[in-house]
Design a protein around this ligand. Structure first.
Ligand SMILES: Cc1cc2nc3c(=O)[nH]c(=O)nc-3n(C[C@H](O)[C@H](O)[C@H](O)COP(=O)(O)O)c2cc1C
Length: 192
């Protein structure tokens, strides 16, 4: 892959919400291929502080219903009207849900931020892989999702870091207004 191709892939990577997923299932081989690329992320001392769990079956319906109830409790009827409540109940019905489980290494004793940085690199690998496969996806760490994650069984020392949503795209989806601050604001040079 040359520089233009990698630049194109990086800039085409974007957040796609589950409302834009079609009912075509992401097959097991594709999920395995995407997660295999996560495993190639860099990690200090090669700790590989992660595992991933596909939330199958009842989870798609239960997560949507959980989100709907969560936001109904949080917001007024005006801010979260009934049609949004009903749509939210079905929000995850077409989504492949990959729980992100953080496993900081006991052996390496690294600062936690390094390990969180590493799992973030792993998520970026999946995000780019999905982009190359024309699969919509995003990392969801919203309040409702984090609360829902409490029902996932964890081993000692592990932490749930959200859900990576994946899904084939509907034919027509609106492209959002994606912007970034200019390089001049984010890159500077020391005087010497
Ligand atoms: C750690 C992390 C957590 C995120 N959590 C959420 C989330 O809970 N809900 C959401 O809508 N987007 C979430 N996002 C996606 C960002 O909102 C999105 O990446 C950002 O708006 C830029 O858009 P883009 O991904 O299309 O470039 C998350 C992204 C990251 C890196």
């Amino acid at each position: 892959m040359n520089f233009e191709e990698i630049t194109k892939l990086i800039r085409e990577r974007k957040t796609t919400y589950a409302y834009d997923f079609s009912d075509q299932k992401v097959d097991k081989e594709t999920i395995e291929a995407v997660v295999s690329n996560a495993l190639w992320a860099p990690t200090h001392k090669l700790t590989q502080p992660w595992r991933f769990v596909v939330l199958q079956g009842k989870h798609q319906q239960e997560l949507g219903e959980f989100m709907a109830e969560y936001y109904r409790r949080l917001y007024s009827e005006e801010d979260f009207p009934n049609d949004r409540y009903e749509a939210t109940k079905r929000y995850a019905e077409n989504a492949t849900l990959l729980a992100l489980i953080f496993q900081p290494s006991k052996r390496a004793q690294l600062p936690e931020w390094e390990e969180v940085a590493a799992i973030s690199c792993a998520v970026q690998n999946m995000w780019l892989s999905c982009t190359a496969l024309d699969i919509g996806c995003y990392w969801d760490t919203a309040g409702a999702t984090m609360e829902y994650g409490k029902r996932i069984a964890l081993d000692e020392g592990e932490r749930f870091l959200g859900i990576f949503f994946m899904g084939h795209l509907k034919d027509e989806i609106e492209s959002g207004n994606r912007r970034r601050k200019p390089l001049s604001k984010k890159l500077s040079w020391t005087k010497n």
